[in-house]
Design a protein around this ligand. Structure first.
Ligand SMILES: Cc1cc2nc3c(=O)[nH]c(=O)nc-3n(C[C@H](O)[C@H](O)[C@H](O)COP(=O)(O)OP(=O)(O)OC[C@H]3O[C@@H](n4cnc5c(N)ncnc54)[C@H](O)[C@@H]3O)c2cc1C
Length: 229
């Protein structure tokens, strides 16, 4: 049978924010992957002693926070209150655990030649944004808003002076509405909770006159939905 999975081992676990763990996965199968910042892996979070568990939907998707072609990648997993298999996996992960994943894959990626880059999303999107912003040349113009529960959720992001962190109950849409952006459209990268993503795109297209092509949207989760990819 064709094996779609790559295999590695957990080699580091650290809290990167109050509710987020950075988990490093290493191994020879992770060398020289073709990785584009913003893309993700689909991780098998089922019990490895029950090899059929992934067939029951126990895959969860995580953006790659960082990658080394020498053979490791980092993901940042949010420990949210309704913790499903993904958040529970991150709580229980230990150094030496065997890992199986698919990818890197996905189309959430920087667009070259944009007059400026606008990042809008929540704390789950911050991992993808971190990798994307790191990959931008220092001359690239950056704007951004990130929604989180509180300052403890902030990930260490490059160009942080260009990003506004806001905290619930404030809303991402209001913060994007209030942004002082150049008159002409840039390229927006919008990720996180699904309805909020649609609302932010609606605002950029309907109120600011952007074309839908200028807005790269990737819903990461939705209340009541399990394991989006
Ligand atoms: C392309 C892509 C990239 C992603 N990158 C990341 C990433 O880098 N880091 C990361 O932490 N997650 C990321 N996610 C989300 C991740 O895949 C899981 O959906 C998330 O970890 C929840 O999985 P779970 O098994 O804990 O909960 P699930 O079983 O999937 O969901 C259970 C319930 O928990 C609630 N819920 C789910 N997520 C959240 C949340 N963020 N806040 C509040 N409530 C929630 C919902 O009501 C949901 O019905 C990404 C998703 C996609 C599609």
């Amino acid at each position: 049978m064709l094996n779609l999975f790559r295999h590695g081992t957990v080699t580091q676990i650290e809290p990167i924010a109050e509710r987020m763990r950075r988990v490093r996965i290493s191994g020879t199968q992770l060398r020289e992957l073709s990785w584009v910042p913003g893309t993700h892996i689909r991780l098998r979070v089922g019990d490895p002693r029950q090899p059929r568990s992934w067939l029951r939907g126990l895959l969860r998707t995580y953006s790659i926070w960082d990658y080394s072609p020498e053979g490791h990648l980092d993901i940042c997993v949010l420990d949210h209150p309704e913790a499903g298999p993904g958040a529970l996996w991150s709580r229980q992960a230990r150094i030496g655990d065997a890992i199986a994943f698919m990818g890197p894959e996905g189309r959430f990626a920087l667009r070259e030649g944009a007059p400026y880059h606008l990042f809008a999303g929540d704390e789950t999107a911050a991992a993808a944004f971190g990798a994307m912003i790191r990959a931008l040349p220092s001359s690239a113009a950056v704007h951004g808003v990130i929604l989180a529960d509180g300052p403890g959720d902030r990930l260490p992001l490059d160009r942080d002076d260009r990003l506004t962190w806001i905290y619930r109950p404030d809303e991402l849409l209001d913060a994007v509405r209030s942004l002082d952006l150049p008159d002409e459209p840039g390229v927006a990268y919008v990720a996180g909770e699904a309805r909020t993503c649609q609302a932010v795109r609606g605002h950029l297209v309907d109120n600011r006159g952007w074309s839908r092509r200028d807005v790269v949207v990737k819903p990461f989760w939705a209340p009541g939905r399990r394991g989006m990819d």
